[in-house]
Design a protein around this ligand. Structure first.
Ligand code: SF4
Ligand code: SF4
Length: 153
């Protein structure tokens, strides 16, 4: 499971790339970003997802030390900001808050925890975890298929 990291200050920008170096994500989006395969609520949402993934993937395998790049947020986050279902800074659905609680419990996360992509890559994304954390998500069928595909490789 993902470690519960300590709060630490992080730079607003990555000096080498000018890309945002700190991404705010609500807990269940740690799972969504790992299962992303080009589908999303809108083109703007997909572009935001791809930008976030580009930033998070800069360091693993680069030989540079991993730095915390994700800060766990409560409520709408940097991904929600590009979602058509985010209305006045709040998700129009009640389900994501439930997913957040379930993921936080299983991954020992608290608001303000700092993580990096390697922490996520070390977390085994299983069908059981998906079923436990995402009850009733409209993308559940697709995410099941993605996890089953990964397990075949
Ligand atoms: S089932 Fe829904 S909440 Fe769970 S990882 Fe997939 S898209 Fe995210
Ligand atoms: S559906 Fe809700 S929780 Fe999911 S990205 Fe959109 S606003 Fe955020």
């Amino acid at each position: 499971m993902i470690k519960s990291a300590k709060l630490s200050a992080a730079p607003a920008l990555d000096n080498k790339t000018d890309a945002p170096a700190l991404i705010h994500l609500r807990p269940h989006h740690l799972m969504c970003i790992q299962n992303y395969r080009g589908h999303g609520y809108s083109e703007a949402f997909q572009q935001r997802m791809e930008t976030i993934l580009d930033v998070l993937r800069q360091r693993p395998g680069s030989g540079l030390p991993p730095i915390p790049q994700i800060r766990i947020a409560e409520g709408a986050d940097d991904l929600c900001a590009a979602c058509p279902h985010c209305l006045e800074g709040k998700c129009e659905s009640d389900k994501p808050a439930v997913f957040d609680g379930l993921v936080s419990e299983r991954m020992s996360l608290e608001t303000g925890c700092m993580l990096n992509m390697e922490d996520l890559q070390n977390t085994e994304m299983t069908l059981q975890l998906l079923e436990e954390c995402c009850p009733g998500c409209s993308w559940l069928g697709l995410c099941r298929e993605i996890i089953m595909d990964k397990q075949k490789k």
